[in-house]
Design a protein around this ligand. Sequence first.
Ligand SMILES: Cc1ncc(COP(=O)(O)O)c(C=O)c1O
Length: 491
Amino acid sequence: MSNSSAYLQLQLTGIKLEAGRKRSQQLYLLLRELIASEPLCGGSKLPATRELAKMLGVSRNTVMNAYERLFADGFLETRVGDGTYITLAGSGTRGQAQPSLPLNPPLHAGLRLPIAQQFNRHIVHDGLPSAFRIGLPALDLFPFETWSRLQNRFWRREPIQHMGYGDPAGDIQLRELIAHYLRSARGLACDPAQILVTLGAQQAIMVSAAMLLRAEDEVVMENPCYWAAAGAFSCLGVHINAVGVDDDGLLTHQLAQIPKAKMAYVCPSCQYPTGVTMSLPRRLELLNWAIEREAWILEDDYDGEYRYSGTPLMPLAALDQSNRVIYIGSFSKVMYPGLRLGYMVAPPQLVSQLTLLRTMASRQPPINDQRVMADFIAEGHFQPHIRRMRRAGQLRRDALLKSWCQHLSHIGSMPEVASGLHVTIRLPNFEREQTLVAQAMSAGIEITPLSSLWLPESEENANHYGLILGFAGVSESAIERAVLKLKDIWR
Ligand SMILES: Cc1ncc(COP(=O)(O)O)c(C=O)c1O
């Protein structure tokens, strides 16, 4: 348990000692109950005996007796010259005895928890980046100086007008800058009024799905898939139809077999996790499907900045003439995932309802971060930073390619990687995949098994198993060291 409450004094509210019964005994039992029922109170400071005696209107001896018994039980410790603290071991012991409480009434009937739970294990990636964790850009190149200077400036410059509730669609300057960026970098012309600044792409996915789908509606997802989108749909009770991908992206001809689908969630610029780009004919077919079916398309372009060769194709949202595409972008991969800033470009007819729903979910993202992000773009730091990050991605991809081909080509062949932050090496079967992943993990090298990103009940196919290696999060030398380590353990 962390010692995060060490600087907090335990709030002793509602303690009432009855006349007649031995007060030190009553106080002892009440404090013991309080400490045992509060899992996070370990490390908290207790009031001094004199102070507590005054609060309760009892003698200091009464409090000292109660504290002494708690010391003897192991609930308290003293720190010389500092005071009396609750031990980490003593706190929350009653909570531990009751690990799960029955859910009564039961969960929302729509929840398809098995899928959400299957993907739940991907959620936390804490700690220093290490080879070959997926989802991380070159955080070591983050412009710490510039960012902290802009943050400091925000807080120094009379920020009071920005400390209330902000525009629920997001800071207007930031939305204007995003609109400008999308026009120049993606060929997507949009009005700032169509943009909603979100808490990352995830909120855009969740809010769009919650607004446009009912539980029991159906959605199409590329398979293998982005686990967090699958998790969002399944939390809403939506039925997921898996559609495969080939070298041209989503197998759009299969859509005809899914008459009830109301939405398709796709990553056309860099499919997750295969990295495939959806071809122009498939894009047009998908758009036609959406028009014919009156369905929606969620276009997730979370890492479009990382294209190493070729030119990007027009986003679906730029090709869309019928206002059926919601375009989703994120600052997670060019800035950092913990920032939790992203955006969506909504068709005009959806803007007000999406804004309303987002307001009810979380009002707006933190205003200081939005304003600092806007300053970062407006003052010319964003574009050079993107170039630096893309260059780092490319160099790290090359380092992995080179050392893999030198030392590990017998494990599987390294495909070309034209975009994105990770690569997938295919393997023949489950046993091989799991063995290699387990051996790597035991040596402290993080590798994601491809099989974990297939939707449940997917039929096995030649592309089912593999190793997903994120290459952008650590330096070239760390990549080479990790490959050499793998060479040793994968003999
Ligand atoms: C397919 C996909 N979409 C979106 C994101 C980013 O999500 P967020 O902006 O919520 O961090 C990721 C992150 O890895 C991703 O893989």
